[in-house]
Design a protein around this ligand. Structure first.
Ligand SMILES: *Cc1c(COP(=O)(O)O)cnc(C)c1O
Length: 403
């Protein structure tokens, strides 16, 4: 790297803008974007050594690219991890993890509140290859403990969850996993390393959908896994070489620049979500608000201790309704009357987004499964952005006043 090494012990905000800057001979201050799939080799002997892994050096973009490497190193610095491997989407990060760590006959324990596609991938697709999965309560550590078997290889959780913002105790789950010789994997998509650093709490791997807060402005898809060099480079790296769920350099560059503002965005959007949540709780048309920053949240104390005192930027609320049919009708009325926010199932954007989980992200579940998951027809999820709070309140009021 053509620069002075960074001082030790920098704060996370400094790492977000300064870590892994790899300047070219031109001395550019903003990170360069290397849009190239191949690399010219200086001579045939060097090419042979690089392909054999005996010498560092880029050979082909499925195996590595300088822009992707910068993004990986910066995210690793933020997560406090030894290493990171970037992937094309969040789901392909989870696929890479499964391909690298699981084999036929292994057992996995997952929270039943996981992201829907994660449940389908691990519990459905990998069942075809002889991997058995047990789904347990997000919040009851005793259930995780009771589900442990001699062949349990992984415990997989996500905290806070989508859309009900349930929080689990990362340290307690790490202890359960390690006592049984298993690994703990945490999907840190909602909290990001600004609020929560799972590796410092005992997690072995952190999963990210870079599509969400890491990009932060809803532009690109990306994913990543963070952990030890032994897991990332020695176990997952070779799988990536063959399987090829590589992140494009352009998307890596967008995420790399997004990380620079992650800290102020997460703080501002969390603060805004708390104030909006408190306001929603006081509205007569609202039955219940789910947000870890509110005192009414069942795991409020744990969330505040585990998430640097911030609740994150996602909240959900139920509108009042006498029946599920009326609940759906009322939720639709509220969302359709809003004019500032977007009706959009993404999250992690600076634009505030609202969505109706029961008919979109959780639409493929049966009504009975939705009841078990606690997803009511009257539930609206809000991914709070950076608009002025007064304008957001006015827009929600516009919606609520239709009831
Ligand atoms: C969006 C999301 C994913 C999947 O990420 P993609 O980038 O959409 O593939 C995984 N986990 C959580 C918690 C998510 O919100």
């Amino acid at each position: 790297m053509s620069q002075h090494p960074l001082p030790e012990n920098l704060h996370i905000d400094t790492l977000a803008v300064r870590a892994a800057v790899d300047r070219s001979q031109y001395g550019e201050n903003s990170e360069a974007l290397y849009l190239t799939s191949g690399y010219v080799q200086p001579d045939a002997e060097t090419a042979a050594r690089r392909f054999a892994g005996e010498e560092e050096g880029y050979t082909y973009a499925r195996l590595g690219n300088p822009t992707v490497t910068s993004m990986e190193m910066r995210l690793a610095a933020l997560e406090g991890a030894e290493a990171c491997i970037a992937t094309s989407t969040g789901m392909s990060a989870i696929l890479l993890m499964c391909l690298g760590l699981l084999k036929s006959g292994d057992h996995v324990i997952c929270s039943h509140s996981l992201f829907g596609a994660t449940i389908k991938l691990i519990g459905g697709e990998f069942a075809k290859f002889g991997v058995q999965t047990t789904f347990v309560s997000q919040t009851d550590v005793a259930e995780w403990q009771a589900a442990m078997k001699p062949n349990t290889r992984l415990l997989f959780t996500e905290t806070p969850t989508n859309p009900l913002t349930e929080v689990c105790d990362i340290k307690a789950l790490a202890n359960v996993a390690h006592a049984g010789g298993a690994l703990l994997v945490v999907d840190n998509c909602f909290a990001t390393p600004i609020l929560q650093r799972p590796i410092a709490m005992g997690a072995d791997l952190v999963v990210h959908s870079g599509t969400k807060y890491l990009d932060g402005q809803g532009r690109v898809m990306a994913g990543a896994l963070c952990g030890t060099i032994a897991l990332i480079e020695d176990v997952l790296g070779p799988v990536m070489r063959s399987a090829g769920m590589t992140l494009s350099p352009f998307n890596a560059w967008v995420v790399l620049k997004g990380l620079e503002t992650l800290s102020i965005r997460m703080q501002a959007q969390s603060q805004q979500a708390l104030l909006l949540g408190q306001w929603l709780e006081a509205q007569p048309q609202v039955a219940r608000v789910y947000y870890p920053g509110l005192k009414s949240h069942p795991q409020h104390a744990l969330a505040m201790a585990q998430q640097s005192g911030l609740g994150g930027a996602v909240l959900s609320f139920e509108v009042k309704a006498p029946s599920p049919e009326k609940g759906r009708e009322n939720a639709f009325k509220v969302m359709d009357a809003m004019r500032t926010v977007s009706l959009c199932t993404n999250l992690g954007d600076v634009k505030t987004l609202v969505a109706h989980p029961a008919s979109t992200s959780h639409g493929r579940l049966t009504e009975a499964q939705r009841q078990v998951a606690g997803i009511q027809q009257s539930l609206i999820r809000v991914a709070v952005g950076l608009e002025h709070l007064d304008d957001l309140k006015a827009d929600f009021l516009r919606g609520l006043q239709t009831l």
